[in-house]
Design a protein around this ligand. Sequence first.
Ligand code: MTE
Ligand code: MO
Length: 196
Amino acid sequence: MSVLKRLGTPVFYVEGVPTDLNRDNWRLDVDGLVAGPRSFRFAELEAMPIATVDARLTSVSGWSVRAAWQGIRFSDFLAHARPRAAATDVLFSSHGGYTTSVPLADLGYEKVLVCYKAADEFLEPEYGGPVRMFIPQLWGYKSIKGLVRMTFNDHAVPGYWEQRGYTEHAAVEPGVTLDINSKRRRQIAGGEVSEF
Ligand SMILES: Nc1nc2c(c(=O)[nH]1)N[C@H]1C(S)=C(S)[C@@H](COP(=O)(O)O)O[C@H]1N2
Ligand SMILES: [Mo]
């Protein structure tokens, strides 16, 4: 069981938890402004160097969870995705049709992962398995779960929550958040949540 599940981390999955996606049938399609479209299998992802990032996922809805997130650094994954010089943003799509777009400038941060494990356990479907994004400096709605497509664009595309009024830039703002690890409410300063 992943640490996320053990801690009782809230599950947010507006399109429903996928029941027909697993590490064998999962594919990640990479397209748009790239040298050539590519499709990756889970085994190919697993063969890439794995990084561990001790950081928090923070939801705009008022909670935050700390874990040892694991996967491929997005900055390393770029060598496989091969974006063209004109690319500025990546549109992420889930198996069930959730979308969110993130500037490459934000994705270059060293703690951003194409994530498939937490504390050495594979992610359950409800926590985004087989593969999700982990982007700790931005609100959780940018950390797409059930990731199946990355489209490199020269513009931002409003995603599921952005179309419903959430900000496009999504930098974590000051406020009160429930720390899922300690079950305590804390005031946060905004930016990446790292103080507890
Ligand atoms: N595919 C998909 N990814 C998603 C969401 C979603 O509804 N669908 N919710 C987002 C939101 S709002 C948050 S806060 C995090 C929550 O991650 P968790 O459900 O693993 O706790 O997932 C994000 N990724
Ligand atoms: Mo969220």
